[in-house]
Design a protein around this ligand. Structure first.
Ligand SMILES: O=C(O)c1cc(=O)[nH]c(=O)n1[C@@H]1O[C@H](COP(=O)(O)O)[C@@H](O)[C@H]1O
Length: 276
């Protein structure tokens, strides 16, 4: 089953629009992962994220590991590979989005696509559309996998370029229109829209029909869940992967970290569902 169908099945069967972000910051891991003289960074990253994934899977429509938190450390990439293999085996109904924000000339993009889909076995990957259609093509041609393009990001600097006028409309609208109308021939595209820009979210939803939207920025970045759901949902009350990373991962710092993460995930799922 392709990414978009897997996601739609998960929305329906588990009644959740919550995406659990796996951004393991070594400095914030519970004590038990940091004990001993010779810290095995890869083992710590894997063990923590496995526990979080197992505790939160029932509330998740997707998992989103952020590659930088792994690649920054010795053994981190092997840990990420093990983590995605674990999720695919233990929670095969929950799609995995590799958050890598890739984008380069075609020949290099081909290698990045191989990394995301073959090496890591991800169902989808986040991509930067800045370099244009040919930079996206190596990813798009894996038509059973999801290509999730940055459209209007959650950070303050999103305004620097993404809102500049292009032929009378802001660039983020042009990106939404081009991807929905041209790049999505195989129906495997989605867009990233920050929760911190709910007005722009409504505009983008109006352009892209029922294309799935990945929405980071609730919780730690201050995005409002009610505004996101009201402005971003599709007619059937789905269409969204609302991500929370730090708000779930670090709900507690001591031994109860997995239970606290599950509780935070359950609460956010319920809050999202209240507004659907
Ligand atoms: O593509 C992303 O996931 C992303 C896009 C964006 O515009 N803003 C954004 O915060 N993200 C990612 O979403 C996650 C947000 O984490 P929290 O703020 O801790 O929930 C991080 O992994 C970011 O890298």
């Amino acid at each position: 089953m392709g990414f978009i169908d897997k996601l739609r099945a998960r929305w329906r069967d588990a009644d959740t629009l919550l995406c659990v972000g796996l951004d393991p910051d070594l400095a914030r891991l519970p004590e038990r992962f940091l004990a001993g003289d010779a810290l095995d960074e890869g083992e710590a990253l894997f063990g923590f994220c496995r526990d979080i994934a197992d505790a939160t899977a029932e509330f998740a429509c997707a998992f989103k590991p952020q590659i930088a938190y792994f690649a920054a450390h010795n053994g981190g990439e092997a840990a990420l590979q093990r983590l995605i293999a674990h999720i695919n085996a233990a929670h095969p109904q929950v799609p995995v989005i590799l958050d890598a924000k890739r984008g380069d000339i075609g020949s290099t993009a081909q290698q990045y696509a191989c990394e995301a889909f073959e090496r890591y076995g991800a169902d989808a990957v986040t991509l930067n559309p800045y370099m244009g259609r040919d930079s996206a093509q190596p990813f798009l041609q894996y038509n059973d996998r999801g290509c999730i393009f940055l459209c209007h990001t959650s950070n303050p600097g999103a305004r620097d370029f993404q809102e500049l006028p292009v032929d009378g409309e802001p660039l983020y609208r042009r990106i939404a229109r081009t991807i929905a109308g041209d790049w999505n021939a195989d129906g495997n595209c989605a867009l990233v829209v920050g929760a911190t820009y709910p007005r722009e979210l409504a505009e983008i939803r109006a352009i892209v029909g029922d294309m799935p939207l990945l929405i980071p920025g609730v919780g730690a970045q201050g995005g409002d869940v009610e505004a996101v759901v009201r402005n971003g949902k599709t007619a059937d009350g789905s269409g969204l992967m609302i991500n929370s990373s730090r708000g779930i991962l670090y709900a507690a710092s001591g031994e109860g970290y997995a239970e606290a993460a599950a509780q935070a995930a359950r609460e956010l799922r319920d809050t999202i569902n209240r507004w659907r």
